[in-house]
Design a protein around this ligand. Structure first.
Ligand code: TXA
Ligand code: MG
Length: 326
């Protein structure tokens, strides 16, 4: 049993495990991460092995803040502006990596860029302080599966593969970080996430260009088939049949489903985001033929929620030679 309450002692144990090259699952405000010391190529390799993730999907490196980020990557003016406004928090910045910065090449899967994020969760921060190393951490799920938002989800996904699973309660935001690339002439939104696009656009005073889902893969997080439960999803459902489970939203919910979970009875999008992955997992266990999903307004966090639902609706990715998912 590798789940332990995130007490100060357990956090110290996790930090020591990381420093010796073990992998540790830990809570962040977005989702649970599977962490490795980012300067140890062998530790990072164990993360890829645990997730069964294709090697060329790069990982996010977790740091305490801008100063640390600047030792590994070139924090340009736009990056500084965004980090000052949104760090610590659910925003990952893809920046030019500093050559010889010590981060294992495997982290960026051979790219000359690196994704950095300063998490806000107190447990993640305490672990970073104690470990004194940058922590490369993807979401702590097997590749292509729904991201875990509780320690129990991590255990269901990865069993005792991590040396330790720190339990810090449910992730408050419940959606992965928003990923923005700042390596080109204009910022590009690589992945919709827990920081709404509008917040970034307001700060920068311009619209964000978005990586095309069907275009060349700028970020593997853009692959269409992602975050997939085993059960098929039927989107934009206005009714439900008796062999279906229902993922509901809002006050008016059709009756008659095998199982129903309402993401937010009051129609609150942050509440819906926080419950999304947990609800998908639960309805996946209901034995229903399909999960009917009620329409979710496509504004604010609704945009990221709909993005995840559309990817989940594409089904579990077939294992092939190409990159599949994160
Ligand atoms: O909220 C989160 O971001 C969580 C928690 C644990 O921090 N982490 C997470 O990591 O979702 P992961 O590995 O599942 O997703 C990382 C995303 C992927 O879409 C990946 O392609 C993109 O970040 N990414 C990482 N490094 C990149 C790079 N150098 N260039 C472009 N995209 C990159
Ligand atoms: Mg992931």
């Amino acid at each position: 049993m590798s789940v332990v309450q995130a007490t100060p002692e357990a956090i110290s144990r996790a930090a020591r495990a990381l420093a010796r090259g073990d992998i540790v699952a830990f809570p962040t405000e977005t989702v649970y991460g599977l962490g490795a010391n980012a300067v140890e190529g062998r530790a990072v390799a164990r993360v890829f092995a645990a997730k069964e993730r294709p090697r060329f999907n790069p990982l996010i490196v977790h740091v305490l803040g801008i100063d640390e980020a600047n030792t590994y990557a070139v924090v340009n003016d736009t990056a500084r502006k965004l980090a000052e406004a949104f760090w610590p928090g659910p925003l990952s910045l893809v920046l030019k990596k500093r050559p010889g910065c010590g981060i294992a090449d495997l982290v960026s899967a051979g790219l000359d860029t690196i994704a950095l994020r300063a998490p806000a969760h107190a447990v993640a921060r305490a672990m970073l302080v104690e470990a004194q190393v940058p922590i490369a951490a993807p979401s702590a799920n097997r590749s292509g599966r729904v991201s875990p938002t509780t320690a129990a989800h991590v255990e269901a996904e990865l069993g005792d593969i991590p040396a330790l699973i720190l339990d810090g309660g449910p992730s408050p935001l419940g959606l992965e970080s928003t990923v923005v690339s700042l390596v080109g002439p204009e910022p590009i939104l690589l992945r919709l996430g827990a920081l709404p696009r509008e917040a970034i656009e307001t700060l920068l005073g311009k619209k964000l260009a978005q990586a095309k889902r069907d275009g060349p893969i700028a970020s593997p997080g853009q692959l269409a088939s992602h975050y997939a439960p085993d059960t098929k999803l039927r989107l934009e459902a206005t009714g439900v049949s008796p062999d279906e489970a229902l993922l509901a939203f809002g006050p008016r919910v059709p009756k008659g489903a095998i199982a129903t979970i309402n993401l937010s009875a009051s129609g609150d999008l942050p509440e819906a985001a926080a419950r999304l992955f947990c609800a998908l997992r639960e309805l996946d266990q209901s034995g229903a033929k399909t999960i009917a999903v009620m329409p979710i307004p496509n504004r604010g966090l609704g945009e990221a929620i709909n993005d995840r639902l559309q990817r989940a609706a594409c089904g579990v990715p077939a294992i092939s030679a190409s990159a599949q998912s994160e």
